[in-house]
Design a protein around this ligand. Structure first.
Ligand code: AMP
Length: 287
């Protein structure tokens, strides 16, 4: 497994791979502190692609003021050892923050529709501009055929899919299922922030979303009734609700009535840690 830290070396490496037209490059961008959620994306990519590139980059511009950029978990040694051990990754790209964003850096990429403003965008207004900018830069460097993203960050995946379509990148986007701990908590690099007491509370997010799923399966059509019930369940604990919403999984617009495919998405604070989770429910009703 190659470890590349510098953008021009990465360009050279990718140029070399691209010389063989049969190579299919699968790309998995991450912020490191790797867990089984990240690894599941790699295993899925390895089924379709013969060249697997993982990036590790804690992207400063997607963190707002007062967020956890400085304390975000970083363990490059552990991550590279883990990636090496699974024997499926050809190259890990770990760019330097000063090369990605030199002092005169000036270019940003952002969606001008509602997508980055809703759900997580309400409490994190600059977050998705940081995500679209860094992924755009990484796609220009890695030039993959296929991009693997997790449903765990569904709003991010939908926004990136839209950016890729709008900017005419010839890249397939594959959204992979959420990998969870045994008690249902979605795996996240941020889960290590949780104290033992908070860790016990955290699975409430998944449990509450499952109540929403069941209500839809039993025929409830009013999103507000479902949202109220999900919130009621979360409020049984000390967790603080950021949002619970039911939206269209393509457009992220609020659903007035449950029909077709719906995305139930939520964010809560457990102590100081913000957790997100979501579920997609498909109903037979198409109107
Ligand atoms: P991150 O390192 O948190 O930026 O995540 C890198 C990629 O891994 C993103 O596409 C995430 O959606 C995905 N990911 C993170 N956690 C999970 C999980 N529990 N299950 C599936 N994918 C995940």
């Amino acid at each position: 497994m190659k470890i590349i830290n510098n953008i021009s070396n990465m360009h050279d490496y990718i140029d070399k791979i691209k010389r063989n037209k049969k190579n299919i490059i699968g790309f998995i961008p991450t912020m490191g502190a790797l867990h089984d959620g990240h690894l599941s994306l790699i295993h899925t990519a390895a089924k379709d692609c013969n060249k697997i590139i993982v990036s590790i980059f804690v992207n400063p511009i997607q963190f707002g003021p007062g967020e956890d950029y400085n304390k975000y978990p970083r363990d490059i040694k552990k991550d590279t050892k883990l990636l090496c051990s699974i024997k499926k990754v050809n190259c890990v790209f770990i760019p330097d923050v000063n090369e990605m964003y030199p002092p005169d850096y000036a270019t940003y990429v952002q969606l001008e529709n509602e997508m980055p403003k809703v759900l997580c965008g309400i409490s994190r207004p600059t977050h998705f501009k940081g995500v679209t900018t860094v992924v755009c830069k990484l796609l220009n460097i890695v030039k993959p055929d296929k991009l693997y993203l997790g449903q765990k960050d569904m709003q991010q995946a939908i926004i990136l899919k839209k950016m890729i379509k709008d900017l005419n990148y010839k890249i397939d986007v594959i959204i992979c299922p959420i990998i969870r701990e045994k008690d249902g908590l979605a795996m996240s690099s941020r889960n290590i922030y949780l104290t033992p007491d908070e860790r016990n509370i955290a699975p409430i997010l998944r449990k509450a979303l499952q109540i929403g799923e069941s209500m839809i399966e039993l025929g409830e059509k009013d999103p507000q009734v479902i949202i109220k019930e999900i919130k009621r369940k979360i409020k049984e604990t000390d967790a603080i609700i950021d949002y619970v919403e039911i939206v269209d999984p393509e457009t992220l617009l609020k659903k007035e009535r449950i029909s077709g495919k719906v995305l139930i998405a939520a964010a809560i604070f457990v102590g100081n840690t913000r957790l997100i989770d979501n579920t997609i429910v498909e109903t037979k009703d198409v109107h």
